[in-house]
Structure formats: structure tokens, C-alpha cells
Design a protein around this ligand. Structure first.
Ligand SMILES: CC(C)(COP(=O)(O)OP(=O)(O)OC[C@H]1O[C@@H](n2cnc3c(N)ncnc32)[C@H](O)[C@@H]1OP(=O)(O)O)[C@@H](O)C(=O)NCCC(=O)NCCS
Length: 198
């Protein structure tokens, strides 16, 4: 169970992008690759968010048995699944997954970030996202997106804070408990490729 190792280049990039002194939580939280033993904690954090109807289109709680393959669908060197551990307990997580299956999108990933309700507003999500952005080039990632319901203000602010911009809106694309919801695409580039417009 090893901590996520950052190269010197990743760490310089992280320091450069952050530009701020780390908060207490950022100093205390250890980011590492998730292992199967973390699944109950990961799922506990996720299910608490499912119940709020704010964060995810998942309508029913998930189970450890039903999500056995969740971590094996990820890989540390391509699409990692990281946890943030504080005092030996998982208090947040960040997953990278393929945005769309066609080959031309291989450099684009979708991020999901969830933090234990009791450990919010301490910089845990920010720490995870900053680490993800710093690691992106060595994972072959040149664009990242977050798909966020338009009324999920805290997440929109979080992503904006980390340099993401509103790239799109899908109006009334989801229905949760008979309420139609808009989905915002928050995106940022990690590198600029030849021929790209930004
Ligand atoms: C969104 C979420 C991940 C934020 O986690 P967190 O660890 O509390 O966030 P941080 O403490 O790192 O906050 C970083 C920035 O995000 C913004 N932010 C976070 N929570 C906020 C809130 N409740 N209201 C307004 N802004 C908020 C702020 O800009 C904050 O910076 P600041 O504290 O310097 O003002 C957390 O609320 C959560 O798990 N929500 C449910 C899951 C979800 O919606 N995920 C997004 C979809 S992928």
C-alpha cells in the first residue's frame, strides 16, 4: 500500500500551480492508490452523497459486492483511483476514467471527487485535484472534465478554483425524483497540443 509517488517534475508543477501554502488538511492527508480494503470506506462516502441527490445521477445506494470491479477498472499509470487518508482512515477519493471510448479521446479523462461529509472544507478535495492536475502529463492526459449538476454549487466552485472552466451545458438531461437537472461540463487542458485552439 504505497503513497502515490510524484516525480520531481510533478512536484514542481504542483507547487507552481498551487501558489499557496498548504492548509492543515492538505498537510495531513496522504494520497495513495486505493486498494480493495478501502472499498467499504469509498462506498460509504459515495452512498452519503447518493442520498443527497446533489452530486450523482446514481439513485440507489451501491454495495461492496456490486462494486467489486470498481477498482480493477482503474490503473495507477493510466486511470488511477486515489484515496486521501487522514489518520489512517479514508476521508476522500478521486477517480480518473475514460471520457469517451473512441481513440481520439484517449487523452481526455473524467474526474470524480468525493469527500466524507465530516471532513469537508478542509482542503481535501483541493489537495486531490491539485495532485491529479500535477500528475496528468505523466499519465498521458491533456484534458480533464468534471460532469456536475448545475445546482451543485460547491463542486462547481471547487472545479473553478482549480482552473476548470464551463465548457458546456446539457439542459434537463437527468431526472432525479421527478426533478429535471442540467449538467455542466467543467473542463481544463493540461497541455497544449499542436493544432489545438487553446
Ligand atoms: C465538492 C466536494 C468534493 C468538496 O470537497 P472539500 O474537501 O470540502 O473541498 P475543499 O475544502 O477542498 O474546498 C476547495 C474549494 O472548493 C470550494 N468549495 C468547497 N465546498 C464548498 C461549499 N460548500 N460552498 C462553496 N464553495 C465550496 C471553495 O472554493 C473551496 O475553497 P476555499 O475553502 O478556499 O473557499 C465535497 O463537498 C463533496 O464531496 N461533495 C459531494 C460529491 C460531489 O458533488 N462531487 C463532485 C462531483 S464529481
Amino acid at each position: 500500500m504505497s503513497a502515490v509517488a510524484f516525480s520531481e517534475k510533478d512536484q514542481r508543477s504542483l507547487r507552481h500551480r498551487s501558489g499557496e501554502a498548504p492548509t492543515a488538511a492538505r498537510k495531513e492527508a496522504k494520497i495513495r492508490d486505493a486498494v480493495e480494503a478501502d472499498l467499504p470506506a469509498i462506498i460509504g462516502i459515495y452512498n452519503a452523497a447518493v442520498a443527497t441527490r446533489i452530486s450523482t445521477a446514481q439513485l440507489e445506494p451501491v454495495t461492496v459486492a456490486g462494486r467489486r470491479d470498481w477498482l480493477s477498472e482503474h490503473s495507477p499509470n493510466r486511470h488511477p483511483f486515489w484515496v486521501a487518508e487522514i489518520d489512517g482512515c479514508v476521508r476522500g477519493w478521486l477517480s480518473f476514467k475514460s471520457f469517451l471510448p473512441r481513440c481520439a479521446y484517449r487523452g481526455t479523462i473524467e474526474l470524480s471527487v468525493y469527500v466524507d461529509e465530516r471532513f469537508r472544507r478542509r482542503g481535501v478535495a483541493r489537495h486531490l485535484l491539485e495532485a491529479g492536475i500535477a500528475r496528468a502529463p505523466s499519465l498521458g492526459i491533456n484534458a480533464m472534465v468534471g460532469l456536475i449538476f448545475a445546482d451543485n454549487e460547491s463542486s462547481l466552485r471547487l472545479f473553478e478554483r482549480l482552473g476548470f472552466e464551463r465548457w458546456g451545458l446539457f439542459p434537463r438531461i437527468a431526472r432525479l425524483d421527478d426533478v429535471e437537472r442540467d449538467l455542466v461540463v467543467m473542463g481544463r487542458h493540461c497541455t497544449t497540443l499542436k493544432g489545438a485552439s487553446s
